[in-house]
Write a protein that binds this ligand. Structure first.
Ligand SMILES: Nc1ncnc2c1ncn2[C@@H]1O[C@H](COP(=O)(O)OP(=O)(O)OP(=O)(O)O)[C@@H](O)[C@H]1O
Ligand code: SF4
Ligand SMILES: [Mg+2]
Length: 368
């Protein structure tokens, strides 16, 4: 089944966000290259993948800080891909974003109260000064900050407090969708958990849908209902948190998750971390066929020649030639051997000759 068919399974009124074949190129850089997904009302979808895989670019296309090269972004059924300036204003009420670095995303010359009130002003809501102050106090209160913070400047606050201000501002317009782009990764480890807990509580209480962009797998396990995995501008696997953690099908997902502990100690003992190294190919010249083939421990010739399509496999959608329709296929975490694999055969131009649909042979291992 194609992604197209798979994502159509959801009833329309349950869908807040729909991306259809989203493409964002920056000149020769193919940052996002055909991403389709659907996010339900009130759900949290984690978007994961290594640095440079295109996660932030997807987020910025959704809030329309970027105008996509092609494809469609729909919010509540409305196509927002190429909105006029006036229509963007309503869009920015519906969809908010929290960035990684609160220091960079808050205007240092504005008082916190004005920062938080900005969405109200931009929407031209005719509130009296008093009502506005009351709304700001309420907004700050729900992120755990006292009213008096409104009279301070962002630089007078700690990193955690500043990120709470960013969250308060983002929620001021009662968005149906929040994009949280690595909302805790720039913070001290000691405050990351409290900001994450705050986000989780707010999401549960208010019920906005959230696209949660992160590298932090424990945060994914804690917060996400759905997980979408990106590699070099494309989705390689998507599914519920339970199914992705319990049974990741794509070798790249398996490698990403291999560092995360599994609850079953027997399973845990038979697994090992798969280190993929830093040799991520350039988004300017992505590999042929499966873009992961230059790093995939179980790649075969077909992976070089043919692009694997996303298709429904059990509870997940997966793009891999070796994953069978019943979800069986290679598990790169239990292949044994040293912890670093390189597809040496492929690098030599001699691909392993495993017929698709059969259990792959053990790939050559790097000796270095
Ligand atoms: N404005 C831009 N101009 C040119 N290239 C860009 C621009 N923004 C992003 N890119 C490129 O697009 C690709 C995807 O970048 P993006 O920031 O979306 O990745 P990411 O998955 O968010 O990475 P990270 O985890 O490091 O935040 C990268 O190759 C990046 O260099
Ligand atoms: S087995 Fe082939 S198709 Fe599957 S992830 Fe590896 S390289 Fe891609
Ligand atoms: Mg990013």
């Amino acid at each position: 089944m194609s992604t197209e068919a798979a994502i159509k399974d959801l009833p329309d009124d349950a869908v807040v966000l729909e991306l259809e074949d989203l493409v964002m190129h920056f000149g020769p850089v193919r940052a996002v290259d055909g991403v389709s997904l659907r996010l339900r009302r009130g759900q949290v979808m984690a978007l994961v993948g290594e640095s440079g895989s295109g996660k932030s670019t997807v987020g910025r296309c959704i809030v329309r800080l970027l105008e996509p090269t092609s494809g469609h972004v729909r919010i509540d059924g409305t196509d927002v891909t190429h909105l006029s300036r006036a229509a963007l204003r309503e869009h920015r009420r519906q969809v908010s974003i929290v960035f990684q670095d609160p220091a960079g995303s808050l205007n240092p010359r504005m008082l916190v109260g004005d920062v938080v009130a900005e969405p109200l002003r931009l929407q031209g809501r005719g509130l009296s000064r008093r009502d506005r102050q009351a709304r700001v106090a309420e907004g700050l209160g729900r992120v755990g900050l006292r009213d008096e913070v409104a009279r301070r400047y962002p630089h007078e606050l700690s990193g955690g407090q500043r990120q709470r201000v960013s969250i308060a501002r983002a929620l001021m317009s009662d968005p149906t969708l929040l994009i949280a782009d690595e909302p805790t990764s720039a913070l001290d480890v000691s405050v990351q958990a409290s900001v994450l807990n705050l986000l989780a509580d707010l999401q549960r209480d208010i019920g906005f849908a959230c696209l949660f962009i992160t590298h932090d797998l424990s945060a994914v396990e804690y917060l996400a209902d759905e997980i979408a995995v990106m590699y070099l501008g494309q989705l390689v696997e998507q599914g519920t948190r339970e199914s992705i953690f319990a049974r990741p099908s794509h070798p790249y997902t398996q490698a990403l998750l291999s560092a995360a502990p599994v609850p079953d100690p027997v399973q845990q003992r038979s697994r090992r971390a798969v280190l993929l190294g830093d040799d991520i190919p350039s988004a300017m010249d992505p590999p042929s066929g499966c873009r992961f083939h230059t790093r995939c421990p179980v790649a075969v010739q077909r992976c070089v020649d043919e692009v694997p399509l996303l298709r429904r496999v059990g509870a997940n959608t997966v793009a891999c030639h070796l994953v069978q329709d019943d979800g069986s296929g290679p598990d790169v975490r239990v292949l044994g051997g040293p912890s670093r694999w390189t597809p040496a055969g492929l690098e030599d131009g001699v691909t392993q000759d495993t017929a698709p649909g059969t259990s792959p042979t053990r790939p050559q291992r790097s000796t270095g």
